[in-house]
Design a protein around this ligand. Structure first.
Ligand code: F6R
Length: 364
């Protein structure tokens, strides 16, 4: 049941800390602060290229994974949504590895790509919540998320569990390829192991998130902006808002604003920024300033340092706990999903069963 929560989605949002914690428990050695994945069915040190494919939220998790694998493990990564990759005539590397991400393990397009790339001789690794699924049976290796059943049609805790697995896999690749030393592995692993507490802290930001929700709920169109590893989180926020509140939202890398979407901006189009402090912060802040100068109302997710710099630019700010930059996308996914939930509550939609959507998309 819903354990006293109003919707499964609300319950499952509150399960982020447990989903992350249980997932990490399976794939880390907390005492040694090391990653402890099952043996990989290939030599991670010599993999020439990784192809990632998934749909919807799982695809955005894959986009985050690409940033980690490129920057930590120096691994060339190709990624595309499954409905596209399925029909692309992709040049594949011999000894290449294909990585699939799926909550259900049954999504038709993702399974279609899996079968095609397996046929083409790629090693198949799947990150799945339902391990005893069709994708599970057809993979060379299944890396399980331990998110527990996800009932709400809109994905929540499975997303942070997926990211937790991808983070661990990126560290594993980096260690095998000699691109991080053991001290760095320990500090990255510690930042992951610290996440359940930080996620619980993020769940306490409801009041601030409701301030944003009241503005978003009045809008017909919303723009989500991020940069770098936060761009996929902007996409996740926009997707979730569309799914459950039926408000049109688009996500853009903040730097693309002036190449088109800025023409949309006026006071009726709120801009939601995923903008933690860090090397890209000043660039995002100046994009937000440009949007504000054109009348946009700016709503931001940032940390205490970023909040100081966005005073005077952002109308409302959700101040997130300080964490290692490595885990930022995992942490910031939580309030971004919460925002969509709060807006859906204000709109009075059928949160757990949004129109036209099914939990598992088993037809192409
Ligand atoms: C978003 C959502 C969908 C799924 C997508 C993939 O909230 O639920 O976009 O993420 O349909 O489903 P799985 O992960 O089961 O392959």
């Amino acid at each position: 049941g819903k354990d006293g929560y109003r919707h499964y989605m609300e319950k499952e949002l509150h399960e982020h800390p447990v989903a992350i914690g249980q997932t990490l428990q399976r794939i880390t050695d907390p005492a040694a602060k090391k990653i402890a994945l099952p043996a990989l069915p290939f030599d991670a040190a010599s993999v020439p290229r990784l192809t990632i494919s998934a749909c919807g939220s799982a695809f955005y998790a894959g986009m985050v994974g690409r940033y980690w694998l490129e920057s930590l493990a120096r691994l060339p990564v190709d990624i595309d949504v499954a409905s596209e990759l399925r029909y692309r005539d992709l040049p594949l590397a011999d000894d290449g590895v294909a990585l699939f991400i799926s909550q259900s393990g049954e999504t038709a397009d993702t399974l279609g790509v899996l079968r095609r790339l397996k046929e083409a001789g790629q090693k198949i690794v799947s990150v799945l919540n339902v391990e005893h699924s069709t994708m599970g049976r057809e993979s060379d290796l299944v890396l399980g998320m331990v998110a527990g059943p996800e009932i709400s049609v809109a994905s929540t805790k499975a997303f942070t569990a997926q990211l937790s697995v991808l983070a661990a896999l990126s560290i594993e690749f980096a260690r095998s390829r000699g691109t991080i030393d053991s001290q760095r592995e320990e500090s990255l692993t510690s930042s992951l192991l610290d996440l359940p507490s930080r996620a619980a802290e993020a769940l306490t930001r409801g009041d601030a998130i409701r301030d944003l929700a009241r503005i978003v709920a009045e809008a017909r169109d919303v723009l989500y902006l991020g940069r770098g590893i936060c761009t996929p989180i902007a996409h996740e926020g926009a997707l979730k808002l569309k799914e459950i509140s039926y408000i049109h939202a688009e996500a853009y890398p903040a730097g693309e604003l002036k190449h088109g979407p800025i023409s949309l901006i006026d006071r009726t189009v709120p801009v939601v920024a995923i903008a933690p402090s860090g090397i890209l912060f000043d660039k995002t802040a100046s994009n937000l300033q440009e949007a504000k100068a054109r009348g946009a109302r700016i709503l931001a997710f940032t940390d205490s340092k970023g909040a100081k710099q966005l005073e005077g630019i952002a109308e409302h700010i959700v101040v997130m706990p300080d964490v290692d930059p490595f885990v930022i996308p995992i942490l910031y996914a939580i309030p971004v999903q919460m925002l969509a939930y709060e807006v859906a509550l204000l709109k009075g939609t059928d949160v757990d069963q949004p129109r036209n959507l099914a939990k598992s998309v088993t037809v192409e």
